[in-house]
Write a protein that binds this ligand. Structure first.
Ligand code: 2P0
Length: 330
């Protein structure tokens, strides 16, 4: 089963583009991480994951039909050459919908994610593109189907189709139709996420290659699915009972467990910089002094702090320049 087959199941007829309004999708931070694929073509995960969406930080994408044989791809107001990674991934994704008709699109994407914080934009980018294609091509897909479509672009994009807490059910099916995001009902108005920039430069090994290397070479990876399943159910319990310490502990331990599998792969993958470790120690010290603050990290050197609104001022003193998002507040 490949991506074309999956789109053919969802959209088995010719489509024609029309000019529509731009669509927005938020970036997301995983509290229980997606790390490892059981199907690389369809981005089907080894484990279920759970994230929180970053409200108004993310990507907005406008699509409009154009004449000509090639798409025109713009990112943050700059035209992208077709051979760039960004333009080629976007056009390859649109190709999935050109199986029964031919058309070209102008794609205009803006990311308002602070690039300084080193946050990946592929999740919000592919989610916004999926939402925009749904409108532009009048696909009439429901949110779960849109989450499936976004996953074909980038795994974590299936969570960015929704706001708030989102669980990505791993699913069982070979076609992946049961592997998509599900939004949770619970809110957490006091929850804050602090974005700490350690290093914003492009990493040498991206997540896609990193998770594959880990899966293929780290013996420690065998313990990851069980760790993730345990963390996921404890996180669900923490969200249900609004138990912040439990939420923070599970998220931090989950992130460090994922990094342990990376470090144990070969060649080793160590995304941390000396400043990452300094910030981790600072968080542990603050916790020892009684401040409820935890961190999570993705496949990079930057930390994302988890805390409640009451800790905001103290943490801003400790980490000047930290950008704070309150995902459940207007
Ligand atoms: C996550 N990451 O759950 C994990 C934690 C990075 C570390 O999802 O190959 O860009 O496009 O499916 O979605 C980043 O992986 O990878 C990611 P692909 P993706 O947020």
């Amino acid at each position: 089963m490949n991506k074309l087959d999956v789109i053919n199941l969802l959209v088995p007829h010719p489509v024609q583009p029309r000019a529509v309004e731009e669509q927005f999708a938020p970036s997301n931070i995983a509290l229980c991480k997606y790390w490892g694929k059981r199907d690389r073509e369809l981005n089907l995960p080894v484990n279920a994951s759970l994230s929180v969406s970053l409200k108004s930080l993310g990507s907005r994408t406008r699509l409009s039909p154009i004449d000509g044989l090639a798409d025109e791809v713009w990112l943050n107001g700059e035209r992208q050459r077709p051979e760039t990674m960004f333009a080629s991934r976007v056009s390859a994704f649109i190709d999935l919908f050109r199986q029964h008709s031919s058309f070209s699109l102008k794609v205009e994407t803006h990311n308002n994610i602070p690039t300084a914080a080193g946050l990946a934009s592929s999740a919000s980018g592919f989610a916004a593109l999926a939402l925009a294609l749904n409108e532009c091509l009048d696909l009439q897909l429901n949110p779960q189907q849109l989450s499936v479509v976004a996953r074909l672009g980038s795994g974590s994009a299936c969570r960015s189709v929704f706001d708030g807490f989102v669980e990505w059910r791993m699913g069982q099916r070979e076609d992946g139709m049961d592997s998509h995001g599900i939004p949770l009902d619970q809110q957490w108005p006091d929850l804050c996420i602090g974005l700490i920039k350690v290093d914003a430069s492009t990493k040498a090994v991206d997540s896609r290659a990193g998770m594959q290397r880990t899966l293929e070479t780290a013996h420690l990876y065998q313990s990851w699915p069980l760790q993730a399943a345990t963390d996921l159910s404890r996180l669900q319990q923490a969200i249900e009972t609004q138990d912040f310490a439990l939420l923070g502990e599970c998220a931090e331990q989950n992130a460090l467990s994922m990094h342990a599998t990376m470090i144990a792969s070969w060649p080793p993958l160590l995304y941390w910089q000396p400043d990452s470790i300094t910030a981790m120690r600072q968080v542990w010290q603050l916790r020892q002094e009684g401040l409820p603050v935890y961190f999570t990290m993705d496949a990079g050197p930057n930390l994302k702090l988890l805390f409640e609104a009451s800790a905001r001022e103290v943490l801003l003193e400790q980490f000047p320049g930290m950008e704070i998002v309150q995902p459940f507040c207007a």
